[in-house]
Design a protein around this ligand. Structure first.
Ligand code: HEC
Length: 257
């Protein structure tokens, strides 16, 4: 009696085993298991090394300037891609994603991470970096530089060139002279205010919040002393206890990201 109870179960188990034995799919094909040896090759390795003197598809980097930023062992100048509005927009977008945390949106090296104690990042608005060849920026992103990690995993070579082009544009924008406006005549703010019937205060030096940083400091120490674009120092940096409120209107623009 007791036995009969087990017969159907045992029958099902045998049927399952038989069915499993019938599987002839990819389980059973000859193949190498990752990190396991093999007797097939003389050296016993199933993971094969690259064949000597061959180049894998997509790995032939014939244009070495495009991939290294170097020409004959020296940083080269010039953009190995067509300079288009799309390239600049891409560079700006990637720069804002990957570089602003340390270098800030204006590239003065005083990004949020630096403000919280990271080693001061490079300020792009120095004579040395203004005169640095474009390949220098590409090489810094490719290999890292001092305390700065490299960005070769995050940015493709084309993106690194786009960011380099954008950094150059930032440098030009922060160092613009009236003569750069070409035939357009510079007008002072008082004249504009009178012409457009705006209150005279329109021409007053701008007030910055205490956290603002000047985009083009003379020294690294200067960086945290806000200076108005009119050349006069702005209100003293706010203390922690009483952050300076913007005078009116929407949140006052800060140069920080
Ligand atoms: C984690 C913070 C950090 C990020 C993010 C970062 N940098 Fe830097 N960068 C630094 C620091 C720190 C230095 C200064 C390194 C030193 O002097 O040791 C520096 C220096 C530089 C320099 C100056 C090199 C020189 O010749 O003095 C350039 C150019 C530069 N970075 C470009 C970039 C670009 C472009 C990006 C975005 C792809 C970027 N950095 C992202 C921290 C950063």
């Amino acid at each position: 009696m007791m036995r009969a109870k087990y017969i159907p179960a045992a029958g099902a188990a045998v049927a399952m085993l038989l069915l499993a034995g019938c599987r002839q799919d990819m389980h059973d094909q000859p193949k190498f298991f990752p990190q396991r040896g093999t007797t097939f090759y003389a050296d016993g390795r199933s993971v094969r090394p690259q064949v000597a003197d061959t180049v894998a598809r997509e790995q032939l980097h014939e244009d070495s300037y495009f991939y290294t930023g170097m020409i004959a062992g020296k940083e080269g100048d010039g953009l190995p891609l067509a300079l288009t509005p799309e390239l600049m927009a891409r560079g700006q977008e990637r720069y804002n994603v990957y570089c602003t945390a340390c270098h800030s949106r204006v590239g003065n090296g005083d990004g949020m991470i630096v403000q919280r104690g990271y080693k001061p990042a490079g300020n792009f608005h120095t004579d040395r970096l203004r005169n640095a060849p474009l390949g220098h920026f590409f090489a810094v992103m490719t290999n890292g530089y001092g305390a700065m990690p490299d960005y070769s995993a995050q940015l493709t070579p084309a993106d690194r060139w786009a960011v380099a082009a954008y950094v150059r544009a930032l440098q030009l924008s922060q160092d613009a002279k009236p003569s750069d406006a070409g035939s357009a005549t510079a007008q002072n703010l008082e004249t504009i205010a009178t012409k457009q019937g705006l209150p005279a205060s329109y021409a007053d030096p701008m007030k910055f919040p205490g956290t603002a940083v000047w985009a083009n400091p003379k020294t690294q120490e200067d960086m945290t002393t806000p200076v108005s674009p009119m050349g006069k120092p702005a209100a003293a940096p706010a203390t922690e206890k009483q952050p300076e409120a913007p005078a009116a209107g929407p949140k006052a623009a800060s140069t920080n990201p």
